[in-house]
Design a binder for this molecule. Structure first.
Ligand code: SF4
Length: 886
C-alpha cells in the first residue's frame, strides 16, 4: 500500500497501521500506550494524526489504506494531544517527573510542566510484596501495556486493570503481587511508561552507566540481554528488543538473577589442598602444582590416565581450548561435556536421521506451525522465552499435542495430553507412526523421494497397535489416535522436545522414533518450517559439543578417526593426536574408581550435585590422585578438589555461545572477574603454559578463527561477522554465506542425502518400580532456579523459591497419610533424602517429581547409573523410589 505522510510517499504492507506508515516516513507522533511488541490498544489517544477526508484519528489503531494522506504536524492536532496528556497526568503526583520515563519525555515534548500534575498522589498505595517488582499505584495511567505484555508475550495472564473511571489501575489479581500468577519475567517493568511498575530496589545511580550487549548465561534459549553497569557492578539487566530469539523478552533468571556476580563468596583466589583444608594460594603456586601433578600422572600412567569434563556454561572459545589442550598437550581424547548427560541422544539420533547434530529449524518457525508436538519438555519453566512463544502460537490457533507424564502448564493448553508412564516414549511414538501410516496421514512423495527405511519400519510397527501401546504406556488408545490425527493432518506440524525424550535408558531410540514422525509426515527439510527441534538445557551445551569437547569427535562433529579431519587439525595445531576415542563422563567415573583415570579436571560443572548416582560420583572424585576444579563458587565438587581455580561468570567473558537452534551469538564482558579470578580462557592458556605448551589462540576471536579453519561446518563464522551481522547459524561454510537456519531443504546431510527412518522396538526402562520401591521419581527443573542453583540461590530468586519440595499426587498423599508441607523421606536403591511434600495433580498417581537445584535435597543421591545404551546419557527420568512420612 502507498501512503502519503506529510508529503512523503511510503510503501507499507497490508495490515499496517497509520502509526507504522508515519514511522516508515520518518515522521513522529507521541505515543504512551504503544509498544511495538504488543497489539495496539489506542487507549492513551496521544498518537493523533489527521487523515484527509476523515479527520483526526489515533494512529496506532487505525489501519493504513492505499492512497491514504496523513499529516502529523498540524498545530490543532498537537494541541489536542497536549490536552489529552494534561487530562492523563492531572491526578498523578508531581514526583512522577522524577523518574526517567516515557511519560516524562512526552510531557517535555508536548509542553506539559509540573503544574499540570497534582501535588500528591491519590493515596492508592504501593505493593512491595515481590522481590523484583515494585508497584506504585498512584503513577498508573491504566494504559494497559503491562497487562498486554503479560498476556500477549508472556502468557501468564497475571495482571488486570481494576477499578472504575479515573481510579482504574493495574492489579495483580485479587491479592498481592507475590501471591499472583506473575512469573517474574519483568515484561511489565520494561514496558510501563510511567514508573508505576519498576524493578524493586533499583537505585537511581549518579555514577555513569555503561551498557554492554551480551547473551544470557542461563538456559539454551540464548536471549540477547543488555547489562547496565555502574561502579563496576551490574545496575540492571534488560532484554534486548532487537534480540533475534527473545525480541525484548526474558525470564526471571536472565532478567533479574545477576546478584550472584557480586556475591561475597565468589572464589577470588586459587586454593590448594593441604590435608583436609583448601588454602589460598597464588596463581604461580597453583599452576606449578597442576603442572607437577599432571606431568607425574602422565609419566607414571600415560596420558589416558587424565580426563577432563569441559563446561557447557563456558564459551565456545574456552571449550575449543580445553579439547585442544587435552588432545595436543596431555595427549588424550578423554574430554567430554555435560551434553553427555542431557542431549547426547539428540546429537546421535538427529545425525543418524538427518545428518547433522542439531535441531532442524530456527526458533521463528514456531510461528509457522499449525500443530506443535511437544514431547518431554516443560519449556514454560525450563526455557521460558521459548515456552511463551509456543503458548502464544497455541493461543493464536495452533493445535498442541503434549507427550509428558506430568501435567505441565502447556499440557493444560493441549488439545491432547498423552500422559504415559515414564520410559514409554518409544512405544507412544511408534504407536503414533503406525496410526499415521494406517490412516494415510503420511507424505508418500516425500517418503519415496527423500527417505529410506519405510519397509523395515512398517514391519516393526506391526506390534504397536494403539491397544498394545495403551497397555505399555497407559496412554489411552483414543487419545493416541486423536494425537496422530492432529499431527498427521496438520499443514505445518512441528516437533519440539526436551530431556524427557533423551534422559532414558533408550533415549537415542526415543529421538529416532520421534524423528520418524516428521519423516513420515514429510515435515522436515521443508520451506514451511516444521522439523524436529531439541530444547538444549545449558546456555552453551550445544556449543561445547560443536567445539569438539567430546571423546570421539573433533570440532564440527568430525570423527576422531576421519583421516582428512585429523590432517586438518594436526596441520593447524602442529601436533599429532591420539587416535583412540576417549572416555565418556560416566566411564570417567568408573575408570577413576578402578584406577585407570588418576587425574580429573572439572571445568564449570558441579558434578557432585548434578550427575546421577552422586555417591558413585563422589567415590570417583575421592579415588582420583588429583582433582582440579575450575569454578566461580566453592561448590560441592570444588570442596573435593586438590586445586581450585577461580574462574569467571558469563558476565565477565568475551567469546560466543551457540543456542538451541544452532545460533552463534556474541558474549561480551560487562564486568571484571573479582579479585584474582581470571577468565577461563586465560586459565586454560595459563595451565597449558605451565605444562610447557603454547595453545596459540591469543584471543577469543583468534580462537574462533582457528576453529573455523579446522571445522568446515563453522568455516564462515568469525567474531568480525558476528559483530556486523548479530548472529549466524551453523552450518556456515563460507565467509560470504549466511548460514543455514532451516536445514535440509536441498537434501539431507546423511551419506546418501536421504532421511533415515528407524525401526526400533520398545524396551522397558533400566529401572522399574517394584513392591519395595513402588513410585517412579522424575527429575527436572523449576522456573526460578537453574541447574545446581549455584548462581540463582545467590540472588533474590531464593525468595521466590526458598527450598525444594517433592511433588506428590493428592491420592498418593492420602494413601500415605501425608499433608501438604509434611516432611517425607524419599528412598531409592542408592540412598535417601528428605523433602517437604507438595500435593499437586501435576504429577500422576504413582509418580513424584523433584528438581536438582538445592544441595539440601540431593536428588541425585537417588538417581541410578542406568544409561542410554548408545550414548551413555543417564536415565534421570525413571528412578524407582519409596516414600515414607518422617
Ligand atoms: Fe536466559 Fe533462558 Fe531466561 Fe532467556 S529464557 S532469559 S536464555 S534463562
Amino acid at each position: 500500500m502507498r501512503v502519503t505522510v506529510d508529503d512523503r510517499v511510503v510503501e507499507v504492507p497490508a495490515g499496517a497501521t497509520v502509526l507504522q506508515a508515519i514511522r516508515a516516513a520518518g515522521a513522529v507522533v507521541p505515543t504512551l500506550c504503544h509498544d511495538d511488541r504488543l497489539s495496539p490498544s489506542g487507549s492513551c489517544r496521544l498518537c493523533l494524526a489527521r487523515l484527509t477526508g476523515r479527520g483526526v484519528v489515533a494512529a496506532c489503531v487505525t489501519p493504513a489504506a492505499d492512497g491514504q494522506v496523513v499529516s502529523t504536524g498540524d498545530p490543532d492536532v498537537t494541541a489536542m494531544a497536549r490536552q489529552v496528556l494534561e487530562l492523563t497526568v492531572e491526578r498523578l503526583p508531581r514526583r512522577a517527573l522524577d523518574l526517567p520515563t516515557e511519560l516524562v519525555d512526552r510531557c517535555a515534548e508536548l509542553g506539559v510542566g509540573p503544574d499540570g500534575f497534582a501535588e500528591a498522589g491519590r493515596g492508592l498505595g504501593a505493593d512491595d510484596s515481590h522481590p523484583y517488582v515494585h508497584l506504585d499505584r498512584d503513577l498508573c495511567i491504566a494504559c494497559g501495556r503491562c497487562v498486554r505484555m503479560c498476556d500477549d508475550v508472556q502468557g501468564a495472564f497475571a495482571l488486570t486493570l481494576a477499578g472504575r473511571g479515573a481510579d482504574t489501575v493495574v492489579a495483580p489479581g485479587a491479592g498481592s503481587w507475590a501471591q499472583s500468577a506473575c512469573v517474574s519475567c519483568g515484561g511489565c517493568v520494561d514496558t510501563c511508561p510511567t514508573g508505576a511498575i519498576t524493578q524493586a530496589g533499583l537505585a537511581a545511580t549518579q555514577a555513569p552507566v555503561t551498557a554492554v550487549n551480551t547473551t544470557c548465561g542461563y538456559c539454551g534459549v540464548g536471549c540477547a540481554l543488555t547489562v547496565h553497569v555502574s561502579d563496576g557492578r551490574v545496575a540492571e539487566i534488560t532484554p534486548d528488543r532487537d534480540g533475534s530469539v527473545n525480541r525484548g523478552h526474558a525470564c526471571v533468571k536472565g532478567r533479574f538473577a545477576y546478584g550472584f556476580a557480586a556475591s561475597p563468596d565468589r572464589l577470588t583466589t586459587p586454593l590448594i589442598r593441604s590435608g583436609q583444608r583448601l588454602e589460598p594460594a597464588t596463581w604461580d603456586q597453583a599452576l606449578a602444582v597442576i603442572a607437577d601433578r599432571l606431568h607425574g600422572v602422565v609419566e607414571r600412567h600415560g596420558p589416558d590416565a587424565v580426563a577432563a569434563i569441559s563446561s557447557a556454561r563456558a564459551t565456545n572459545e574456552e571449550n575449543y581450548l580445553m579439547q585442544k589442550l587435552m588432545r595436543t598437550v596431555i595427549g588424550t581424547n578423554n574430554v567430554d561435556n555435560c551434553s553427555r548427560i542431557c542431549h547426547a541422544p539428540s546429537a546421535v539420533g538427529l545425525t543418524a536421521a538427518f545428518g547433522l547434530a542439531g535441531g532442524t529449524n530456527p526458533a521463528d518457525d514456531i510461528e509457522l506451525a499449525d500443530c506443535i508436538l511437544l514431547a518431554g519438555a516443560n519449556p514454560t519453566e525450563a526455557h521460558p522465552v521459548v515456552g511463551a512463544r509456543i503458548l502464544q502460537q497455541v493461543l493464536s490457533g495452533a493445535r498442541l499435542v503434549v507427550v509428558d507424564p506430568r501435567r505441565t502448564a502447556l499440557a493444560g493448553y493441549a488439545d491432547v495430553h498423552l500422559s504415559g508412564r515414564p520410559g514409554s516414549n518409544v512405544a507412544v511414538f511408534n504407536g503414533l507412526a503406525r496410526i499415521m501410516l494406517e490412516e494415510g496421514w503420511v507424505d508418500d512423495v516425500f517418503l519415496s523421494e527423500r527417505a529410506d527405511g519405510l519397509e523395515e519400519l512398517r514391519e516393526q510397527l506391526r506390534w504397536f497397535t494403539p491397544e498394545r501401546v495403551e497397555q505399555v504406556s497407559a496412554v489411552p488408545a483414543g487419545a493416541l489416535r486423536k494425537a496422530a490425527r492432529l499431527y498427521g493432518t496438520a499443514s505445518a506440524p512441528s516437533i519440539i522436545y526436551g530431556l524427557g525424550v533423551t534422559e532414558h535408558a533408550h533415549g537415542t531410540d526415543g529421538v529416532r522414533t520421534l524423528a520418524n514422525l516428521a519423516i513420515l509426515r514429510g515435515a522436515v527439510g521443508t520451506a514451511y518450517g516444521g522439523g524436529v527441534n531439541p530444547l538444549r538445557g545449558q546456555n552453551n551445551v550445544q556449543g561445547a559439543s560443536d567445539m569438539g569437547a567430546l571423546p570421539d569427535l573433533l570440532p564440527g562433529y568430525q570423527r576422531i578417526d576421519d583421516p582428512r579431519a585429523r590432517q586438518r587439525c594436526e596441520q593447524v595445531w602442529g601436533h599429532r593426536m591420539p587416535l583412540r576415542p576417549g572416555l565418556r563422563i560416566p566411564q570417567m567415573f568408573d575408570a577413576a574408581i578402578d584406577g585407570r583415570v588418576r587425574a580429573l579436571w572439572v571445568f564449570g560443572e558441579n558434578i557432585a550435585q548434578t550427575d546421577p548416582d552422586s555417591g558413585h560420583v563422589r567415590a570417583a572424585l575421592a579415588a582420583c590422585e588429583f582433582v582440579i576444579c575450575q569454578e566461580i563458587f566453592l561448590t560441592d565438587t570444588a570442596r573435593l578438589a586438590d586445586v581450585v581455580l577461580p574462574g569467571a561468570s558469563f558476565l565477565e567473558k568475551d567469546g560466543t555461545f551457540v543456542n538451541f537452534d544452532r545460533r552463534f551469538q556474541r558474549v561480551r564482558p560487562a564486568l571484571d572477574p573479582p579479585g584474582q579470578a581470571r577468565t577461563d580462557f586465560d586459565i586454560l592458556r595459563s595451565v597449558a603454559a605451565a605444562l610447557g605448551a603454547d595453545l596459540g589462540c591469543a584471543t577469543p576471536a583468534a580462537t574462533l578463527a582457528e576453529c573455523a579453519r579446522v571445522a568446515p561446518l563453522f568455516a564462515g563464522i568469525s567474531h568480525t561477522r558476528l559483530e556486523r551481522e548479530g548472529h549466524l547459524h551453523w552450518p556456515c561454510r563460507s565467509t560470504d554465506g549466511p548460514g543455514e537456519a532451516r536445514l535440509y531443504q536441498q537434501g539431507f546431510a546423511t551419506p546418501n542425502g536421504r532421511a533415515q527412518l528407524a525401526a526400533r522396538p520398545w524396551l522397558p526402562p533400566g529401572e522399574q518400580p517394584d513392591a519395595a520401591f513402588p513410585y517412579v521419581l522424575i527429575t527436572g527443573r523449576r522456573l526460578v532456579h537453574y541447574n545446581a542453583g549455584t548462581m540463582t540461590r545467590r540472588t533474590p530468586n531464593l525468595a521466590l523459591q526458598p527450598r525444594e519440595s517433592v511433588d506428590i499426587h493428592p491420592d498418593d498423599a492420602a494413601a500415605l497419610g501425608l499433608r501438604d508441607g509434611d516432611d517425607v523421606e524419599i528412598s531409592s536403591r542408592r540412598g535417601s533424602i528428605t523433602a517437604a511434600a507438595h500435593l499437586t495433580a501435576e504429577v500422576s498417581p504413582g509418580q513424584v517429581f523433584l528438581a536438582f537445584h538445592f544441595p539440601q535435597v540431593a536428588v541425585n543421591l537417588l538417581t541410578s547409573a542406568e544409561v542410554d545404551a548408545v550414548t551413555s546419557c543417564p536415565e534421570y527420568k525413571v528412578t524407582a523410589v519409596r516414600l515414607c512420612r518422617t
